[in-house]
Write a protein that binds this ligand. Structure first.
Ligand SMILES: [Zn+2]
Length: 177
């Protein structure tokens, strides 16, 4: 799982019931959110963690991921910002990347926290824009061939668009928006 928000983990119990042997992966950091623990680490920005985390989730992760871990053909890339423990997954076979809500494509390509008027909801659930911006740069660095997001269509050759979204958010942050 990319992160612990309710709209991304809500079906987990049902899936686990149906496929009990399927292992569940989430970042070490976001596993704390699944336990309902919204506390922040000392080195994290002092902004409250936003978004809903399901309260009565029975399922817990089987494997806690950190940056660089391999899951089959996928490399886990730590891309915090939307939540403190958001993870992206790069498929080493074809360069496709699954980023959850670190980026969105619906309403225009944007970095988590950058409000897109046509589809503002991922921004409302975002913890830290500054941290998300740094993570977007990390995503560009791996030069993905295909971008898959939690909200919006898949996008081929997304590097240029993500680059533009980085410049947009940098501008807004420098203006204090
Ligand atoms: Zn989310």
């Amino acid at each position: 799982m990319t992160h612990a928000h309710g709209d991304h983990v809500g079906a987990l119990d049902a899936i686990k019931e149906r496929f009990p042997s399927a292992p569940v992966f989430i970042s070490n950091r976001d596993s704390r959110l699944m336990d309902g623990d919204r506390s922040l680490n000392k080195d994290e920005p002092k902004t409250p963690i936003k978004g809903s985390v399901p309260k009565n989730l029975k399922t817990r992760a089987d494997v806690l991921l950190k940056d660089g871990d391999q899951v089959g053909s996928l490399t886990a890339i730590f891309t915090p910002g939307h939540t403190p423990g958001s993870m992206s997954f790069l498929d080493n076979r074809n360069g496709a990347i699954i980023v959850g809500d670190a980026l969105q494509t619906r309403g225009g390509v944007a970095i988590a926290g950058d409000v897109k008027p046509l589809f503002p909801f991922p921004a409302f659930g975002t913890w830290s824009k500054e941290v998300a911006l740094a993570s977007a740069k990390k995503i560009v660095e791996v030069q993905p061939s295909l971008l898959a997001v939690g909200h919006g269509e898949m996008m081929k050759s997304p590097v240029k668009k993500i680059g533009e979204a980085i410049i947009n958010l940098e501008k807004k942050l420098s203006l204090g928006e």
